[in-house]
Structures are given as structure tokens and as C-alpha cells.
Design a protein around this ligand. Structure first.
Ligand code: HEM
Length: 557
């Protein structure tokens, strides 16, 4: 409806309500909302282009005028309220860089989003918003903002947006990492926490993990005797896969000689890489079905192959348990036990996405932590020496490192923590989506907004860490800061209801492997590389990896 003043009268005729905002109208904006007659008299409106007789027009004019005046007032009142509300909402949205029409800030996202977002936060503050295509993304970059999200508004951030590359897997709703935080998710998480990842259950299978680490030591020893360097990331990743698969299935996924580690590893790797890609389908829902970059098609193959592998393992286990009642005590036993209970919510189909999650979430993260830790130790030989002395003092030269030794290895534990501070494998944690409008730090995060926590940036902020860019495990010896999700300046495993459930297993596997590396080998950088020239460039996927693989020569001690 277009309003305009004319000689003290208000004329009206219908037009699009958009015109109220002044677009396509040559009347000054301020006047469009001015309903006061300049003469201070009663409203005097004439109907425009309606076919009535003179009398009718006179009589009808008054009625119609009254009706329309009222409507007009209501309309103007509503429009004004909306305008005020809109501007309030706009004002309350966290600040952020102006984007281009349609794509928003998508063109600005470079190859290192965690770094870029950290830089942006210096201009826009600890809570900022960006527009990526049609999605508004709010980024928290301070412990205070993270605390408000995880503690005060935990319930509102129970769900995650599901990237298209993740949705490519069968039954994504049955995963743990991506399922909505409903009853089903709670049930799965409870089983993981109380039956699979408890201290007792982990203790039960520790001998299998020790065996795997000793196999790695043998393999590295052979390489080192010949003066060959090894790709530490590759070895760590393959060993982590085997540590997890022995905890879940009591079986190896990667062959012990590390010769054909390839296939399984390739599939997991591909899933991680595709999940980290900027996929247009995630930011323009209309494009989803076209899968323009082919990400979904590319990754689907890996998901299906992994499901087939799991099918074979599950079927084999079912046949074994039919012929013998002997249980292995691994995670698969726990899940199959649940499947067999009357009225159980677990089935042979819906346990597979959960198993897959444990592999995907656990292997690359833990493997890359080992790789970064070793890189830092090679750059800081005095730290490496101090850690080795601790390991030898606590364990002795002749014995093998065991998970039960970990509580005595305070300095090695501090190295793991310091590595996770500087190189959190999941730098932006996993994304959240706001279930309703939420007030955080005086701003409004709107329902449907995606939320990222820049754990990488928080861990390097000089406001919360002394000399943040230097590798100093000692800082953790003299403080109680821990990664259990209570200290918001240090969030490598996240916090709140969706904190990483694999933390106890990850902590054991990483510390065991690192302590064994120090206990069994003296490490040398390949010729031409010095601690000062060792490349520490990061590569962003959904996990933060090293750009160039870390190679070093393991010399048996
Ligand atoms: C260094 C090793 C690891 C790191 C740094 C890590 C980090 C994380 C982070 C940051 C999250 C998201 C938390 C959040 O959104 O607040 C997460 C979720 C998850 N992690 Fe880990 N993780 C590691 C190892 C593992 C392992 C070994 C497993 C299992 C075997 C695992 C299983 C999971 C699962 C299932 C989730 C999803 C939880 C949910 O959404 O409810 N992670 N992890």
C-alpha cells in the first residue's frame, strides 16, 4: 500500500508493501511515515478510482474513509513496529565483515579458515557473524563466549548441521557425531560412555593395544637400523587405526607390516578430507541435489566400502558367538549384546554408523596429535631429552611402556596437552546449530544460525596464555588446566553435552605411543633438515594436519 501526503490529505492506492520502504517512490522517505496532517485537522482521505455514484460516493466516502483510515493506521503501526524490531534484531546480531550479495563472505574463506577467523576476530570481537551463502555462521573466539554457549545455552546447541559430505553415508541419523541431540543420540552416547569407554572396559583390552605398539616398534627398529627415515604421520595414523580396531573388534584393520595399509586408510582419509571441503551445497540448499563439486559422489564410495567391511566383521562375529559362547570383551560385543535384548533400540544396521564414527573421529585426530607432538619434540631437543629421561626413570630401560605407567609420566602428559593446545586436531570443533534464538555476550544468535568455536584461536590468545606461540609443556605442570571441558581457554576435545566421548581412549593411545617412541628410539631429522628449518605449516581439513609429512630416522636405543 503506497501512502503519500497531498495538500494536507492522505491519498492511497494499493501497491506492493515493499514500496513503503521508499523503493521506486519519489516521495521523501521520512514523509511516507508521516500521517499527521500539516494543518492539524481531521484525516481527510478520498477513495481513488472506485466506481460509485455521487451520493453513494459522499456517504460511502465517509465509511470507506473511516475503514481505510483505521486500516491505514494499523498498517502503519505494524510497519513501524516491524521496522523497529528489525533494526533491533540487526543491531543485536554479532558484528562481522560485510559480504557480497548472494555469496556473502564465502569468497573470503581461504585454505586456513581457523587462521582467517582468528584474524577477523581481532577486528570484530570474540563473537562475530558471517554470511556464507544463505547460512549465517556465528564464530566464538573467547573462553567467555564459549562458556556461555556450552554452559548457559547447552540445550540450544544440542544439534549439529550435517554437511552434505557427511550426509552421503547410509543412516547418518544413527551416527553419534552428527545425529540430532535427541533421545536416540543420548542412548548411544550413554552406551559409549558407560559401557565402552569406561576405565574397566579400556583396561580389559589394553594388552591388544600394547601388542600393536610393540609391532610398530619392531617395524620402526628395522627401518632405523638401515638408517631409513619413516613418515611418522603415516605410521601414527595406521597404528591408531589398529589401536581403535582392536578396541572395537579385537582385529587389525591395517596389516602389521604396514605394507598394504593403504585401502582402509585411504577411505578414512577421503572422508576426513571431503568433510573439510568448502562445499557449495552446504551453503546454497537449492544446489544440494546437483552436487556441483561432486563431493557427495566422491565420498559415498568410501562410506559404502567401510559399511561392507563392517558387515563382514559383524557376520563373522555372529557366526563365532553361535558356535562358542566366549566373548572377546570388545566394543562389538557390547553392541551386539544390546542388539539381542528384547525391545532394544540397537539393530545390526544402526550400530554400523556408530562404529564408523569411532574410526573416523578417533584415528586421524589421534594420529595427527602424535605427528605434531613429534614435530615439536624434534624442534625442541631439550624437551625431548627431558621427556626421555622421565620415561626411562619411571619404566626402566628393559621393560615395555604400558598404559598403567601413564599416571607416573607427568612430563609426557604435559607434552600431549601442550601439543593439543598449539595444534588442536579439530580447530573449530564440530559445528553446532542454534535450536532457538539465544542471547550470548549481549548479541542474539538466531535460530538456525550455525555456531563455530575457534578452539585453535583461543589456545593461542596472549590474553589467556603466556608466550602462547612457544612450545612449553612446563606450563601444564604448574597449573590444573585440563582438557575435560571445564577450562574454556583450553578446548581441544570440546565441552558441554557433545564433548568428545573418545577422550579417555585418545589420551591413553597418544600417551602410550609417544612414551614408547621416546623409550625405544633416539630420533634424528633427515639430512638437510634442522630443528630451525623444520616446516610447521598447517593444512586444514576437518582435522588440522601438517602440510608436509614429518619424516625422521628412528635409531634404536
Ligand atoms: C586427539 C584425539 C581427539 C581429539 C582432539 C578429538 C576432538 C573432538 C572434538 C573437538 C569433538 C567435537 C566436540 C564438540 O563439538 O564440542 C569430538 C567429537 C567426537 N569424538 Fe573426538 N577427538 C579425539 C579422539 C577421539 C576418539 C579416539 C574417539 C573414539 C574412538 C572419538 C570420538 C568422537 C565422537 C563419537 C564425537 C562426536 C560426539 C557427539 O557429537 O556427541 N574422538 N572429538
Amino acid at each position: 500500500m503506497l501512502l503519500y501526503p497531498c495538500n494536507g490529505l492522505i491519498r492511497y492506492h494499493y501497491s506492493s508493501s515493499r514500496n513503503l520502504a521508499g523503493k521506486g517512490c519519489n516521495i521523501p522517505h521520512s514523509e511516507q511515515y508521516n500521517l499527521h496532517s500539516p494543518h492539524g485537522s481531521t484525516w481527510n482521505c478520498i477513495p481513488h478510482e472506485i466506481g460509485l455514484g455521487v451520493e453513494e460516493r459522499k456517504y460511502g466516502k465517509n465509511l470507506v474513509m473511516e475503514d481505510h483510515s483505521l486500516l491505514l493506521l494499523v498498517a502503519v503501526f505494524l510497519v513501524t513496529i516491524r521496522f523497529i524490531l528489525n533494526s533491533k534484531v540487526r543491531k543485536k546480531q554479532p558484528p562481522g565483515p560485510t559480504g557480497l550479495p548472494i555469496i556473502g563472505n564465502l569468497h573470503q574463506v581461504g585454505p586456513k579458515p581457523h587462521w582467517w577467523l582468528s584474524r577477523l576476530a581481532q577486528s570484530y570481537g570474540p563473537l562475530m557473524s558471517l554470511r556464507l551463502g544463505s547460512v549465517t555462521v556465528v564464530v566464538a573466539s573467547s573462553p567467555g563466549a564459549a562458556r556461555e554457549i556450552f554452559e548457559k545455552n547447552d540445550q540450544a546447541f544440542a544439534n549439529r548441521p550435517i554437511p552434505e559430505s557427511v550426509a552421503a553415508q547410509p543412516n547418518v541419523g544413527d551416527t553419534l557425531a552428527w545425529a540430532p541431540g535427541d533421545q536416540r543420540w543420548r542412548r548411544r552416547r550413554r552406551v559409549c560412555r558407560t559401557e565402552m569407554l569406561t576405565r574397566e572396559r579400556l583396561d580389559l583390552l589394553q594388552h591388544l593395544r600394547h601388542e600393536k605398539v610393540q609391532e610398530l616398534v619392531e617395524h620402526l627398529g628395522k627401518q632405523g637400523e638401515n638408517g631409513k627415515s619413516v613418515d611418522i604421520g603415516e605410521m601414527a595414523f595406521a597404528t591408531m587405526l589398529n589401536l581403535i580396531s582392536n578396541t572395537v573388534f579385537s582385529e587389525d584393520m591395517v596389516d602389521p607390516g604396514f605394507e598394504c595399509a593403504g585401502e582402509f586408510k585411504e577411505m578414512v582419509w577421503r572422508i576426513m578430507e571431503d568433510a573439510g571441503k568448502v562445499n557449495l551445497s552446504d551453503y546454497f540448499p537449492l544446489l544440494k541435489r546437483f552436487d556441483l563439486q561432486g563431493v557427495k559422489r566422491h565420498v559415498e564410495v568410501s562410506y559404502l566400502s567401510l559399511h561392507h567391511i563392517f558387515d563382514d566383521i559383524i557376520n563373522k562375529r555372529l557366526t563365532q558367538t553361535q558356535s562358542s559362547s566366549l566373548l572377546k570383551g570388545d566394543f562389538l560385543d557390547v553392541l551386539l549384546h544390546h542388539c539381542q535384548q528384547p525391545h532394544s533400540h540397537f539393530t545390526l544396521q544402526n550400530i554400523k554408523p556408530l562404529i564408523l564414527d569411532l574410526f573416523i573421529a578417533g584415528s586421524d585426530t589421534s594420529g595427527s596429535t602424535i605427528e605434531w607432538a613429534m614435530a615439536e619434540l624434534l624442534r625442541n631437543p631439550e624437551v625431548m631429552q627431558k621427556a626421555r629421561e622421565e620415561v626411562i626413570k619411571v619404566i626402566g630401560r628393559s621393560k615395555e611402556v604400558k598404559e598403567s605407567d601413564i599416571p607416573g609420566l607427568a612430563y609426557v602428559q604435559a607434552i600431549v596437552k601442550e601439543t593439543l593446545r598449539l595444534h588442536p586436531p579439530v580447530p573449530l570443533l564440530l559445528p553446532y546449530v542454534a535450536g532457538h534464538d539465544v542471547e550470548v555476550s549481549g548479541y542474539t544468535i538466531h535460530k538456525g544460525n550455525q555456531v563455530l568455536i575457534n578452539a585453535w584461536s583461543i589456545g593461542r590468545n596472549p590474553m589467556f596464555w603466556d608466550d602462547p606461540l612457544s612450545f612449553q609443556p612446563e606450563r601444564f605442570l604448574s597449573s590444573n588446566i585440563d582438557f575435560q571441558g571445564r577450562d574454556f581457554q583450553y578446548l581441544p576435545f570440546g565441552a558441554g553435552r557433545r564433548i568428545c566421548p573418545g577422550l579417555p581412549l585418545a589420551n591413553r593411545m597418544i600417551t602410550l605411543m609417544l612414551a614408547t617412541f621416546l623409550h625405544s628410539f633416539h630420533w634424528e631429522l633427515p639430512q638437510g633438515v634442522t630443528p630451525q628449518t623444520l616446516d610447521m605449516t598447517e593444512q586444514y581439513g576437518i582435522t588440522l594436519k601438517r602440510l608436509s609429512p614429518l619424516c625422521a630416522i628412528p635409531i634404536p636405543l
